[in-house]
Design a protein around this ligand. Structure first.
Ligand code: GDD
Ligand code: MN
Length: 377
């Protein structure tokens, strides 16, 4: 029998029956943490029928293998192994939707959240007065002392922006530790973003005014093993979410980034054209082709790095992606010129026709790149 399951003082007798609580644990490279977390859940939730769903994005360290081992020993454990996808929010959404208890909790795998609060959170939800209970670091009794200065500052800034811009009223909308009633979650799920880190903020902003929220304090601890997956790019994710919520999901950050990269491409194009003409003395047609090729290449690199960083192409796939991107953009150019011509035909205003063509080009390139170059597997 696996150590994690053996009866003993660590493993008190467990409640049976249909699960009242589903605990969702998103994981990426948490191999050394999941068994300890499972043991701690057993202790904390001894009086409650519960289940745990690990959602692993095909971790290179084989976290999913360890979870499968636990699941073979204890049927309350399940593992969703997602291939070709990355993202904390999406993992949480999928995990909650794959479970069926009336209440669902989300918790980090690395023991930074306080699992001993779960029974209290469950009692609050079951009391019927609340739809969502949030583990909060920023109310009396809570803390995040393990944060370094930079991270603490970033967290506070994001919290302030969320409160002012989105009108979110809770003290810690950036928390990753919460419990929600299934019914309410199922209602909100279709409108939640699967990109990014800020699932709780998304839930609170999307269900604004409607959700009855209770915050309880907890101490954000230190990571047991491994390292944080938050990088400086989460700031981008955060901005994207704010933007999407502000515009009622009309503007996506991905499209804006794609368009921004396209504008940078214009400068690259002009610079390369200039160099080809002046430094290499190329005839105009060849120089212009050089400009276009440079712009497409730099656009591809920037998009792979920024716009599609969650689906970044690596290794050999980069070459294939680049060739497809050239193809997509070349067709986009025809679409661009075609639209510009027909607008000019009806309304001979050069800038209107030019802008319409450029817009057509960018929309085409964006749509086709998403379909063919950075397509979801
Ligand atoms: N499936 C999946 N996919 N899981 C992920 C991914 C991903 O792309 N990225 C991170 N995770 C898992 C981690 O393995 C961990 O269990 C949990 O999500 C949180 O990630 P951490 O890397 O531990 O984040 P953190 O501790 O720095 O940030 C925590 O605090 C933030 C508040 O400051 C998280 O709880 C955040 O959600 C929270 O916003
Ligand atoms: Mn963590």
């Amino acid at each position: 029998m696996n150590d994690a399951i053996q009866p003993g003082p660590e493993n008190p007798p467990q409640a049976t029956g249909t699960p009242q609580l589903s605990v969702i644990v998103p994981t990426f490279n948490e191999r050394d943490n999941v068994t300890t977390l499972f043991q701690r859940l057993q202790v904390a939730l001894a009086g409650v029928p519960w289940e745990v769903v690990f959602v692993d994005d095909n971790s290179p360290d084989g976290t999913w293998e360890v979870v499968r081992g636990l699941a073979l020993q204890d049927s309350r454990v399940r593992c969703i192994r997602r291939i070709g996808r990355r993202g904390l929010s999406g993992a949480c959404i999928e995990g909650i939707l794959a479970s069926s208890a009336p209440c669902a909790a989300v918790i980090d795998a690395d023991l930074q959240h306080d699992e001993t609060q779960l029974p209290k959170m469950l009692a609050l939800l079951n009391g019927g007065e609340y739809d969502l209970v949030v583990g909060s670091r920023y109310i009396e009794g809570g803390s995040a002392d393990s944060f370094n200065k930079q991270r603490a500052g970033a967290s506070q800034l994001a919290t302030e922006v969320a409160k002012r811009v989105l009108g979110v009223e809770i003290a810690d909308p950036m928390s990753g530790f919460f419990m929600i009633s299934r019914d309410r979650f199922e209602q909100l799920a279709p409108r939640l973003s699967t990109q990014g880190f800020k699932i709780l903020l998304d839930i609170v902003a999307t269900g604004r005014g409607d959700l009855r929220v209770k915050e309880i304090p907890f101490t954000f601890g230190s990571r047991l093993h491994g390292e944080s997956k938050l990088d400086s790019m989460v700031a981008l994710d955060f901005l994207g979410l704010v933007l999407a919520k502000l515009t009622h999901d009309v503007v996506s950050l991905r499209f804006l980034l794609f368009a921004m990269v396209g504008s940078i491409g214009l400068f690259v194009h002009l610079a390369a054209l200039y160099i080809a003409l002046e430094a290499f003395d190329l005839p105009f047609a060849e120089a212009q082709a050089c400009g276009a090729l440079s712009a497409m290449t730099s656009n591809f690199i920037l998009n792979n790095f920024l716009t599609y960083r969650d689906q970044r192409l690596k290794g050999f796939a980069i070459l294939r992606g680049l060739l497809l991107f050239y193809l997509v953009c070349s067709v986009g150019l025809f679409a661009n010129v075609g639209v510009a011509f027909s607008v000019y035909d009806q309304e001979p205003v050069w800038w209107l026709a030019g802008a319409a063509g450029a817009l057509m080009g960018v929309v085409w390139n964006y749509a086709m790149s998403g379909l063919f170059v950075w397509r979801k597997r």
